[in-house]
Design a protein. Sequence first.
Length: 121
Amino acid sequence: MTTQEVANRYYELMQQNKREQVVSELYSRDIVNREPEHAIAMGIPTITIGLDAVKAKSKARAEMIEQVHSYYCSEPVVGGKFFSVALGRDMTMKGKPRMSIEEIGVFEVKEGKIISEQFFY
């Protein structure tokens, strides 16, 4: 798949809230995930390497969520081997007050798979 095709598929799956399918279908086995430095304060590692580690991290984060009230993913913007989207969620974490998170995700594609992702929030 081209970068545009991967970006379109990412958007299509996110519109259906199929986050697990995004990871299993579009991510490389050697995916590198990067979070901002302040994510450490929320218990989120800043760098996660490998598909199994990213899946485990995603599962752990999902288990921390009590309820997602709404979410969105913007249409992707593609440039070369990269695409980006704006993401947001209004949610309640277990034992915490309701909160909204807005972020930008930047993804790098190689040989039809996402090989890196970096989030800014």
